[in-house]
Design a protein around this ligand. Structure first.
Ligand code: EPZ
Length: 432
């Protein structure tokens, strides 16, 4: 039986939302714990599918994984074995590729399945990761069946690496590889996202020497080994932004707690242009929208620009404006508009040409059965359902559960009429 989400929309949201730990930080820090020949305790871990898969992967490689409570996990990497990597699990998510940098750094070799992850319509290469590893002295080959084999017989040696494209994954993977390499590595044109700083802070708290994370030049002095310790993951910038976008679309007022204000400035600036009021406190932000929505234009860029992972979510309130057309330009991925067809089913008027989407505001949306094609598109479907008149059902919710902890419960707690429903006939074999 496939479960869906049902939403009865057109109701403003009021109340408080607690933000969980950052998915894209946790997905890098969990494999990074395997660099440590000891025990790491990670706090503020989000309870989401991708994190559970990443933990299963490191457990499958021989790490001890133990939850002390729902958001605190201990990873003991003293008995890692490379003989039988869990390839099938690696194929489930893109962030499994961080094991390349980690295993190369600690063991001078790695065999990892080509990563999986969200398919939002474009190619997701790893050429910059491989260029970085080869620059540090690894030999990299692609094996039949979708495996990447990496070997550094003489160990990794620090070098200067210039990233042709600003890449979050390549920046973090090269940082991981350089952590135990010999000498200094300099990554130029590095990505600056909050989760990159979080990874560097985690590594440094375990004895690494990473400097400059959060700028476009990161220097890593290799160290012989890392020691265990405790680290708390930062709050999720994109989860917080998703709730900010939701209340902007539905109207109402939300106090969004456990956030870092600086990480949300690129998002709140855009929401204010659209008619929301934003008030920051030490570790929370109140977003209110009571007046009309206004059109605006969005260009997604690497941090501190407007995040691509918020692009689908903001397309929804732009559909609801009544004062004209807005233009979204996707500046990070080749294409990220698979959600547009689903919004059209709800009455949206959107024209897509390559990286550009022109959204003619139609004033309202009408509930309909829609599908989540990937994680952030799924979040956009929920926001659309919350704002639409009538009922919306969302299929493909596994995509949503990969990256959002208890999204139904968190929205229900602020007045949304949202629930899981079991329906459909399941597989044919169930009824023939
Ligand atoms: C990370 O993906 C995030 N995923 C993505 O979030 C996010 O959209 C992306 O960064 C950009 O912020 C995780 O952290 C698990 P990139 P990543 O390498 O690292 C090109 C979500 O919704 N590129 O920064 O895969 C690439 O094609 C997910 O949470 C190369 O050309 O993204 C893209 O155009 C979806 N060669 C650009 O760089 C490479 O070797 C940015 O990609 C690598 C990337």
């Amino acid at each position: 039986m496939s479960s869906k989400i049902s939403i009865k929309g057109n109701k403003p949201l009021f109340g408080e939302v607690n933000i969980s730990g950052a998915k894209n930080a946790a997905l890098a820090i969990i494999p990074a714990a395997v660099l440590v020949d000891g025990v790491c305790r990670l706090e503020n871990i989000p309870n989401i599918v991708d994190v559970m898969v990443q933990l299963e992967i490191v457990r499958g490689m021989g790490a001890g994984v133990r939850f002390l409570n729902p958001t605190t996990v201990e990873i003991d990497s003293r008995h890692i074995a490379l003989n039988n990597p869990p390839f099938e699990l690696m194929r489930k998510l893109r962030a499994s590729y961080y094991l390349m940098g980690v295993l190369l750094s600690r063991f001078n070799k790695a065999e990892v399945a080509m990563p999986g992850g969200c398919d939002f319509g474009g190619v997701r290469p790893i050429d910059l990761h491989i260029k970085g590893f080869e620059t540090l002295g690894a030999k990299v080959s692609l094996k039949e069946g979708g495996f990447v084999c990496l070997k550094a017989e003489n160990g990794l040696k620090g070098r200067n690496i210039f990233l042709d494209v600003v890449s979050v994954g390549a920046t973090m993977n090269i940082m991981l590889a350089a952590t135990l390499a010999e000498g200094q590595t300099i990554i130029e044109n590095a990505a600056k996202e909050p989760h990159i700083v979080d990874l560097a802070n985690f590594l440094n708290s375990m004895g690494a020497r990473v400097m400059g994370a959060g700028t476009d030049v990161i220097k890593i002095h290799g160290v012989p080994c890392l020691h265990g310790g405790t680290y708390s993951i930062i709050p999720d910038q994109i989860e917080a932004g998703t709730y900010m976008a939701a209340v902007t679309a539905t109207g109402g007022s939300l106090l969004i707690k456990n956030i870092i204000p600086r990480h949300l400035e690129c998002i709140s600036a855009k929401l204010v242009e659209m008619g929301a009021e934003v008030e920051y406190f030490d570790d929370s932000v109140r977003v209110t929208r009571s007046g009309p929505l206004h059109k605006t234009n969005i260009k997604t860029l690497p941090y501190p620009g407007f995040p691509t992972d918020m692009q689908p979510q903001l397309a929804v309130p732009l559909c609801l404006v009544e004062d004209g057309a807005s233009v979204i330009t996707e500046g990070v991925w080749d294409s990220r508009y698979r959600y547009v067809d689903e919004l059209r089913k709800m009455g949206a008027d959107i024209h897509v040409d390559g990286k550009v989407a022109v959204i003619n505001g139609v004033g309202h949306l009408t509930g309909a059965p829609v599908k989540a094609s990937d994680l952030r598109a799924g979040a956009a479907m929920i926001i659309a359902g919350l704002a639409a008149e009538g009922e919306t059902t969302v299929e493909g919710i596994i995509h949503i559960e990969r990256g959002y902890e208890d999204i139904v419960g968190k929205f229900k707690a602020v007045g949304a009429r949202i629930e899981y429903i079991e329906e459909g006939y399941g597989e044919m074999r169930d009824i023939v």
